[in-house]
Design a binder for this molecule. Structure first.
Ligand code: ADP
Ligand code: MG
Length: 252
């Protein structure tokens, strides 16, 4: 399989039984999971995405920047369960963090680098990550405080020097929400004005807690229902479109 014909997982392959997909074109795709707030689902999304792509044969690296190291624990649990298919790099982000620390992970990473970031990400650390990320996924919980924090966070992304140099593809995911429209009304207006997509809503279910403990993704659990699969299909399809654009229009 060549780099060009393997760039995108075709639509009918999304969430279909595994078929190895390799990306040898040299265009590493970097996904940053970020939001200023803790507990909104950054690690849940990072690990579920890592599991999804690894399960389809992608060369996945998970970079855990959170001093709490939840993604690292998830990865260890995954290894203990016999799945050693994700390259883990842990660099707890602290006051001594500088952009140079990302060079090692970038060199080591294969096709896909997924970055799980800590709460409170801002300033030079945010800028350094935006410099290497192609897309930024922002999970948001359905509370006014979380929605305000997410709005401020996206403003700081839009205003960051890295984003001005090369605009990022941003998208928002409503997490643990029963119904999106009412609570998220203001956020939707804000996103609409900036043309940022509101991708989907992930329901509130203990399956995510279970997947976190078992070192797998929620879709690896048989109990995941159609709503879960549809929501993840939307996320993966959007990511695959961005990945395709990265390869075909690298300067975009
Ligand atoms: N959709 C969901 N339904 C139920 N629990 C969830 C969901 N998403 C995340 N969680 C749980 O919420 C907690 C915080 O999520 P986490 O991904 O660790 O947030 P963050 O990394 O942003 O701090 C974790 O215990 C996680 O298992
Ligand atoms: Mg986390």
């Amino acid at each position: 399989m060549t780099g060009s014909d393997s760039a995108v997982i075709p639509q009918d392959e999304v969430l279909a039984p595994a078929r190895p997909v390799s990306d040898r074109g040299g265009h590493r795709f970097v996904i940053l999971l970020a939001n200023a707030k803790g507990g909104c689902g950054k690690t849940t999304l990072s690990t579920s995405l890592a599991s999804y792509y690894a399960g389809r044969g992608c060369d996945v690296t998970l970079l855990d920047l959170d001093p709490q190291q939840s993604a690292t624990q998830w990865c260890r649990q995954r290894k203990d369960s016999g799945n050693d298919d994700i390259r883990l790099i842990s660099i707890p982000l602290d006051g001594r963090f500088h952009a140079g620390k990302l060079q090692g992970p970038l060199r080591e990473a294969g096709d896909l680098l997924i970055i799980d970031s800590p709460a409170g990400l801002n300033g030079t650390a945010l800028d350094a990550l935006l410099n290497i990320a192609r897309v930024v996924l922002v999970p948001v919980l359905p509370s006014p405080i979380d929605i305000r924090a997410a709005t401020r966070f996206m403003q700081s992304v839009m205003l960051s020097p890295a984003n001005r140099r090369r605009p990022k593809r941003l998208a928002v995911i409503a997490n643990r929400a029963r119904e999106r429209t009412r609570m998220y009304g203001k956020l939707e207006l804000f996103l609409h004005s900036l043309k940022i997509p509101f991708l989907t809503t992930l329901r509130d279910t203990q399956l995510y807690v279970r997947a976190a403990g078992e070192g797998c993704g929620v879709l690896d659990l048989q109990e995941a229902d159609q709503q879960d699969r549809d929501a993840w299909r939307t996320i993966i399809e959007w990511l695959e479109i961005q990945r395709h654009l990265t390869r075909t229009l690298p300067g975009l």
